[in-house]
Ligand binder design. Structure first.
Ligand code: GLA
Length: 706
């Protein structure tokens, strides 16, 4: 006999799984219930009568919804042996409590030789669930889909929010009403992608940034995926995400297993900000986060938008000098340093310092940078190869492809097959050598094309193997060089999911450094990723991508709430601009301990503005940001009602980054000196913003006084 119900406790949530029938089924996930709630009675409350023209008993919406149970929605498992044994129908065989937060439920379809293990882990308010499929039969099992466990959402959910976008326009949100039928997204780009982020929110309307009930789900996977959120005609709704397999990609030999990526779920009744805080707590609880906490996140300088491919050691050393002078702490040499890399047509794959550009190697530049008291970081793109490279000439069989179909041209580069051990070994050895030869403290690991033709050397689909191979190489590098930080970049923010975050310490949020676009992109990403992992740089006055001109004040104010950096030609700035930048960097350094550890409160504002704050966990201190993006409709913006403060406390509120673009108001003149208000009044009545011009704003710092 196994337990009838499994219950896991979160901080403000709980999960109850019904294990009485043939397949484990989530009975409840959401606001924590008293321990006295009897799950059997709870389940009785939901018993339905037989509906006309319907099955006599409702097939369960199980963790893996099964074809064999007659489930009318999307099955969580689709597998067969030469067309036989496809109607899986299981029975629970064991329930193993691994620790108070983790349970594994084993089920079996003895007739068809299929085993399933569902692993559920609830910590804080984040639930992680995965499915393991075991081929217990004597013949190979062809798997078309094996999703992470399905998550039912209550009928109170009125809207889905999806994350979509493009290069330089990542993580835009779109809300659609929940209606009968499915909302679906497929990603076949081989990497997480810019346009189909593997996450969805289910919101109980009206849900805003600050209030309302919301469920959030993300698949921790950096490759092809399928997202499915369906409302059945019987009223039940659920979210299901899993890997998307290409034809024949998943075939299990007898005894072999496949484990789905984790579905990472959070719940909040404090709006989307509350959900973000739950996800942030989860990310911050990663063991590898400890070392990020141990030292302030160094301010970056990245050479890309300053020099592009035009590398000259003397000029770079001069640039490093200017970088150090404005307060930079880590100098990152971007694309263009390796063999034959004068533009984007050649060189990828040859991870050897180009002697024609660096006749004495990278050593002198690294030493110079370190002599200026900065760390040195390096850009690499190890998964890629240019056909014009020594590596490709030596190993054309190492690339993914599906001959005779032509490769799709994409930034003149092809994808190396990380499913091949020899490829992984070679790339590990090259990057490992670079890290041994030079005092490099940070790698910007880039990935600049879709994996559009993911055929391996054996002709089989290799997208899945590529992602696992990538994870393996990253894990090996981290083990060999535990002090080196790795950033996940993929043509900007094309790979910022929870899967890659297991192996990396920062994500490059987007290639656009246009501060106004960044405000929206960073808001989208901040649903999942806390500020200390979110690369955010001050770009040039004229944004290279949008051509928009944005003031230094607003560029600083936007980058300030991430892992701060600068990505602009310091030679092109005049002294006044460099001084303003230096002041911005100093401001970030003063407040980064708060920004990189505090709780995020995004504020509900009219569409013409973006405002948010970060409040320290003990509510002693806070920083709020306000930006007017376009002209408001009326003469005045609504009062800025702060959030997350202690209502009983009083705070000294100081204007710390005046920016420009608004006339002095009496209130803001007082704030420049620092004025004391009660937390309750700041949250209930707020502060009246001045009449800002578009693209202007301000930053307020709050310190509790009693
Ligand atoms: C990608 C990255 C950029 C830069 C270039 C270099 O586009 O997102 O930041 O590193 O590659 O080629």
């Amino acid at each position: 006999m196994t337990e009838a119900f499994v219950r896991l406790e979160g901080r403000a949530t709980c999960l109850i799984v019904d294990c009485r029938s043939e397949a484990p089924t989530i009975l409840y996930w959401g606001r924590r219930l008293p321990l006295e709630v009897d799950p059997a009675l709870f389940s009785l409350q939901g018993v339905r009568q037989e509906a006309p023209c319907s099955p006599a008993a409702t097939p369960p919406l199980a963790l893996t919804p099964l074809i064999g149970s007659g489930f009318p929605g999307r099955p969580g498992l689709s597998a067969h042996r030469d067309g036989q044994g496809w109607a899986t129908w299981t029975a629970i065989t064991a329930i193993n409590r691994l620790d108070p937060a983790t349970v594994e439920i084993e089920s079996e379809d003895a007739a068809h030789g299929i085993g399933l293990i569902h692993r559920l882990h609830l910590a804080g308010d984040v639930l992680r669930m995965r499915t393991t499929l075991i081929n217990q039969g004597h013949a190979p099992l062809r798997v078309e889909a094996c999703d992470a466990p399905a998550l039912p959402v209550p009928e109170a959910v009125t809207d889905w929010t999806l994350f979509e976008g493009r290069w330089s326009g990542e993580l835009q949100t779109r809300r659609v009403p929940r209606a009968m039928g499915a909302v679906a997204r497929e990603n076949r780009r081989g990497r997480t992608s810019h346009d189909a982020f593997p996450a969805i929110l289910g919101e109980v309307g009206p849900c805003g940034e600050q209030a309302g009930e919301v469920f959030g789900m993300q698949l921790a996977w950096s490759g092809n995926h399928r997202l499915w959120a369906e409302t059945l005609s019987d009223g039940r709704a659920y979210v299901q995400l899993g890997e998307l397999f290409l034809p024949g990609e998943c075939e299990l030999a007898p005894g072999a297993r496949y484990t789905s990526p984790d579905l990472v779920c959070a719940w909040s009744d404090a709006g989307r900000s509350g959900l973000a805080r739950a996800f942030h707590a989860h990310v911050r609880a990663r063991p590898q986060h400890e070392r990020l906490r141990a030292k302030p996140r160094p301010v970056h300088y990245n050479t890309w938008e300053a020099v592009y491919f035009d590398h000259d050691p003397a000029a770079l050393m001069a640039l490093a000098g200017k970088a150090a002078a404005v307060g930079i702490e880590r100098f990152v040499l971007d694309d263009g340093w390796f063999l034959g890399r004068r533009d984007d047509t050649a060189g990828l794959g040859d991870w050897i310092v180009d002697p024609t550009i660096y006749p004495h190697g990278l050593g002198p530049l690294v030493d110079h940078v370190r002599g200026l008291d900065m760390e040195f970081g390096l850009w690499v793109e190890p998964e890629m190869v240019n056909p014009d490279s020594d590596l490709f000439r030596a190993h054309p069989e190492w690339v993914l492809g599906t001959p005779p179909a032509p490769q799709l041209r994409f930034r003149n580069q092809l994808v190396l097959d990380f499913g091949q051990a020899a490829v992984r070994e070679h790339l590990f050895a090259r990057i490992d050598a670079l890290l041994r030869e030079h005092a490099i403290s940070y790698l910007k690991w880039d990935m600049n094309r879709d994996i559009s033709h993911p055929g391996g050397a054996d002709g089989r689909a290799g997208a899945h193997a590529h992602v696992l191979g990538l994870y393996e190489v990253l894990a090996r590098l981290r083990a060999a060089h535990p002090a080196v930080e790795i950033e996940s970049c993929s043509a900007g923010g094309g790979r910022t999911d929870f899967g890659i975050l297991d192996f990396t310490d920062r994500v490059w949020t987007s290639d656009t450094n246009d501060a106004l676009d960044r405000l929206t992109i960073q808001r989208g990403l901040s649903t999942f990723v806390p500020a200390e992992l979110m690369g955010a740089h001050v770009g040039p006055a004229d944004c290279h991508i949008t051509g928009r001109r944005v003031s230094m004040a607003t560029r600083v104010a936007t980058a300030l709430f991430g892992h701060f950096g600068v990505e602009a030609d310091l030679n092109a700035m005049d002294d006044a601009e460099r001084a303003e930048l230096a002041a911005g960097i100093a401001l970030h350094k003063r407040h980064r301990a708060l920004i990189h550890s505090g709780d995020l409160y995004r504020l509900d504002r009219p569409e013409s503005e973006i405002a948010f704050g970060i409040v320290s966990e003990d509510k002693q201190e806070a920083m709020f940001s306000y930006t007017q993006i376009i002209e408001p409709r009326g003469y005045f913006a609504p009062p800025l009602r702060l959030d997350g403060l202690d209502a009983r406390a009083r705070y000294r509120v100081t204007l710390v980054w005046p920016g420009s673009g608004y006339p002095a108001s009496p209130l803001f003149a007082a704030l420049a000196e620092g004025a004391i208000f009660s937390g309750a009044a700041l949250m209930a009545a707020g502060l009246q913003p001045p009449r800002c011009k578009p693209q202007a704003g301000f930053l307020l710092h709050l310190v509790r006084v009693d």
